[in-house]
Design a protein around this ligand. Structure first.
Ligand code: HEM
Length: 494
């Protein structure tokens, strides 16, 4: 729709969304001009529906919903452990076991549901991966999303996130005074209630763990939540408000992006092979990548950038001018104007991205004169002080997953040839399920990438899992895939 409207009205037009009047901006130059005047405390939108829920239940606002000085304070507390490279790199050791479990899960799905090769609805599976990954980082807790049977409460949480986003769009079509009379407002409130309930339980659990450790005189170590609780910069109330919003923002975003990257690599085997070669040259044999390896993987980074250009998870961002009137193009806009930044349309602007419909990661390589870009042509994580808080963690998750996955499997398209289009449900998502074939890479890996053999406690090599290898080895490895604790002293996950 953004692309169609830009073709009809040009790069700047006014429209209405429910009760809201919106100024749409659809060129890289005008988006740059707008964002450079966004002020000290940028406001994305005032999110009245999300804020009203919090007021109703007396919960604190988090980084997504808070405004002004209070927002800046929250960000200054949340930023360091989310964005500073030295902290983020330490999350590799938390996310890598989750990637290992996902690789196991894929093996299991192929065997049990996919005729030994297909994984139906890859996005759904990656959603569980992303949820497990972000919970591990934030709460330092495993939720069991990658088990064969997912705990009921976790399943309900996943459902509630989907409902909340779906209803958000609908609620905003109506004026605020009508909300309490609308049936879907009640569902919207119920969805939020469940999200806060789960987050509350996890925070309480962490507090109990910390208290027990302190009582026993043990050192208290942990990643994100432990740090927030121990630093005492935020009240418990504020931590709950912030951590719930971080959790929400960190699931669909990464899972949709990884799905599109795999979908495109399945269509374009030469890109996939380049990535596989790159990963194997930086991390040969059984070396598992960590954050320090990615600086040497330009293809991997370019694939993620190109995926986010073609499928920006936030296809249209927003800003409300709160400080002053501003000039955009040939117009002066008063204070409190709501701007809709049409990033999706700009990502497909031929002027900045030649052959915009083609998946060309090489356009992101430095010094590519023919692909010279505008700095605001693709800004998938947003801009300035209000930009994405989870950018570094999201990149780490996506890099770890794609690099390790491509080492294990060759990805092939759905044999039915189904083309998947994107659809906006607040966030950009695949309109229909993405089904893919995963073929084990035999020659290069010839190994099980999740388990290795130990001799007197020392790793002596990977477990082999290919046709043609000795039967007993295959048997042990398969058994280990299904009963993870079996002979744990002789085999370990890696
Ligand atoms: C592919 C992954 C992701 C993409 C493309 C993405 C994109 C974005 C975008 C475009 C914004 C708005 C920025 C702006 O207004 O300038 C945003 C905000 C935000 N994101 Fe992400 N995001 C991703 C993953 C994550 C993850 C994993 C987390 C949590 C760990 C997260 C947490 C947040 C938060 C809390 C905000 C609000 C920041 C604020 O208003 O101060 N995001 N994200």
């Amino acid at each position: 729709m953004q692309v169609e409207h830009r073709n009809i009205y040009g790069p700047l037009w006014k429209s209405k969304f429910g009760p809201l009047v919106v100024i749409n901006v659809a060129s890289a130059e005008l988006i740059e001009q707008m964002l450079r005047q966004e002020g000290r405390h940028p406001v994305r939108t005032d999110m009245p529906h999300w804020r009203t829920y919090r007021e109703l239940r007396s919960y604190s606002y988090g980084p997504l919903t808070e405004l002004g000085d209070k927002w800046q304070r929250i960000r200054s507390i949340l930023n360091p452990r989310m964005l500073k490279p030295q902290h983020v790199s330490s999350y590799s050791s938390i996310i890598n076991p989750v990637v290992t479990d996902f690789i196991h899960k894929v093996a299991w799905i192929r065997q049990t549901k996919g005729d030994g090769i297909i994984v139906p609805d890859v996005t759904g599976e990656l959603y569980k991966f992303a949820f497990e990954g972000i919970c591990s980082v934030l709460f330092e807790t495993r939720m069991g999303c990658l088990n064969e049977n997912i705990p009921e409460e976790t399943q309900k949480f996943i459902f509630s996130v989907g409902e909340m986003f779906r209803l958000s769009h609908i609620v905003m079509l109506f004026p605020k005074y009508t909300w309490s009379y609308l049936p879907f407002w009640k569902h919207f409130v119920a969805a939020w209630d469940h999200l806060f309930k789960v987050a509350h339980k996890l925070v309480e659990q962490k507090i109990t763990d910390i208290q027990e450790k302190v009582k026993l005189g043990e050192p208290v170590q942990g990643a994100y939540l432990t740090h927030l609780l121990m630093s005492e910069q935020m009240s418990l109330h504020e931590i709950l408000g912030s951590i719930t919003e971080l959790l929400l923002a960190g699931v669909d975003t990464t899972s949709n992006t990884i799905s599109w990257a795999l979908y495109h690599m399945a269509q374009e085997p030469h890109i996939q092979e380049k990535l596989n070669e790159e990963v194997n040259s930086v991390c040969p044999g059984d070396k598992v990548p960590d954050s320090s390896d990615f600086a040497k993987m330009p293809w991997l980074k370019a694939i993620v950038k190109e995926t986010l250009r073609m499928y920006p998870v936030v296809p249209g961002n927003a800003r409300i001018t709160v400080d002053d009137e501003i000039v955009v193009g040939d117009y002066i806009f008063p204070k409190n104007t709501l701007f809709h930044l049409c990033h999706y349309a700009v990502s497909y602007d031929e002027q900045h991205f030649p052959q915009p419909q083609s998946f060309l990661p090489e356009r992101w390589f430095r010094g590519q004169e023919k692909f010279k870009q505008h700095p605001f042509g693709s800004v998938p994580f947003g801009y300035g002080v209000r930009a994405c808080l989870g950018k570094r963690v999201a990149e780490l998750e996506m890099y770890l997953m794609l690099s390790r996955f491509i080492k294990c499997y060759e990805v092939r398209p759905d044999p039915s040839g189904t083309k998947v289009e994107p659809l906006t449900r607040t966030l950009l998502a695949p309109a229909t399920p993405i089904n893919l074939q995963f073929v084990e890479r035999k020659l290069e890996s010839g190994q099980c990438l999740c388990w290795r053999r130990l001799h007197w406690g020392k790793p002596v090599g990977p477990v082999l899992l290919v046709q043609g290898w000795p039967r007993h080895v295959q048997r042990v490895c398969r058994a280990l895939h299904h009963i993870p604790n079996m002979r744990a002293a002789v085999y370990e996950r890696w």
